[in-house]
Design a protein around this ligand. Sequence first.
Ligand code: GLN
Length: 600
Amino acid sequence: MKYILVTGGVVSGLGKGVTASSIGVLLKACGVRVTSIKIDPYLNVDAGTMSPLEHGEVFVLDDGGEADLDLGNYERFLDLSLSRDNNLTTGKVYQSVIERERRGDYLGKTVQVVPHITNEIQDWIERVAHVSVDGSGQLPEVCVIELGGTVGDIESMPFVEALRQFQFRVGAGNFCVVHVSLVPVIGAVGEQKTKPTQHSVATLRSLGLNPSLLACRSSEPLGDSVREKLASFCHVRPEQVLTMHDVSNIWRVPLMLEAQGAHKTVCSALGLEAAAARADLHRWRTGLADKWDALVTPVRIALVGKYVELMDAYLSVTKALQHACLAANRRLQLEIVESEHLVAPGEGEATHSQDEHAAAWAALRSADGVLVPGGFGGRGTEGKILAARHAREGGVPYFGICLGMQIAVIEFARSVLGLAGANSTEWDAASPDPVVVFMPEISVTHKGGTMRLGARRVLLETSDCVTAKLYQAEREIQERYRHRYEINPEYVERMEAAGLRFVGRDETGARMGVLELRDHPFYVAAQFHPEFKSRPFKASPFFLGLILAASGQLNTFLSGRATPVSSPVKRRATDAAAHKQQLDGTIHAAFQNLAVQEKQ
Ligand code: GLN
């Protein structure tokens, strides 16, 4: 096993995660099997308790791990399925060491940061790196470790020290460091300044870690003299200094690294020279980086949320929309609508102005499709309900995720069933018609709090629904959940009679998974979060459905697909590969059909 440590200097928010996952993409393009670990030096055990406004979205993994959003970068860029252990935090390390201390595992010794915490970190990294994560069953060859924060922070010191020791544990040729830094431009003449990078590399080296690559973030490419200056002051050769300037889209980053020979430098530091010669990023370039920039026909999607001040709060949702636009050949125009602004000023606790209100409605009305993402708490829900109503009544394609499904149900109960006080008990415990209620799950496999987390099966009630067609699924689909509240089963029959179909449910039939509205171009909502499993080359079916519907292509697309064949309730595991092959074939055929229609 070989390791690449990615550290950051000068300031946070430089795109260390993107750089680290791009290095992974490069290695994968060289035929190397890659895994990754993200280290977050905060004391929270996981990201589950952190506000999306402070730290961006909480990324949910198959095993129910609530992780830093960088894990999403790795899963998407490298097409992996990671576990909660791939996100290491100070909280987890201390929890584990303290539990062992209580068990008496340290045999009366004084338990200290060095060696106990630092050993725990090294053992953890080694253990997690040796787990197959790409579905092949084969072990990875290289593990990319991203150390969060900036080098020199008090918080990350135990990790830096552990990793300093780790390079000796794994031996020469099995460990290298990539340092991501900033080269700012100062003054009217636009001079690129190297001093911050010099200082941060000096700090890193004083802690015993010598970078093999310096990845320098800057708005423009580095000048030759700047590169040489950095090389001489930072103890590297000029070719070890990489320019990471601003590019037109995120998928250009691996290409930018390749163009500067980053894969050769990393591979030679790790004794993988033969692999470097095989680098092939053709599909990445044509299918993602170039394709994204060449998309012309716009599709306008309104994302109606409440964490809109920090768009990282909706990172996976935005990415999933991008993947769907790549698949549907549309240029994404994302309208961010602050849901509270949709409510008339002066109503309730609203504090926004008339202009903000008008702007929010203008954005919503101009949209070809509406997306209401997940969320917690009552703030902003009335505005989301108005958005759902606008989409339902106006025949505008709607996709609701988690809270967005609960919103669709509340709106339907109020407007169609005439239950004016219908609401969720999450924020309205006294509602006369609690159509969304707390239904805790007692699970043997998913311990912990009261949240229903991670991958679950969703059984389809019928193959005659948009969901079955988009997923090309006969009986069931699998997606990731993160919620506490459920559609109240007591209201389901009445809603179904009025046209809302609950086409996906859990094994008991009591928990609603997917709803579809009859006689509407596309009005679909899911209790799960499909955005977490969307990949650049494998757009998530519901996001694709939304974009296709919003751009008038859904019917063509669906008619190009074979009707799902019904099969015995339980498909045997051995059939899975054959099924996937059939699925890929049908998807391919459907897209070809689309392409032909587009040309006409
Ligand atoms: N707050 C809702 C619940 O807990 C929805 C959660 C979500 O959107 N992730 O059920």
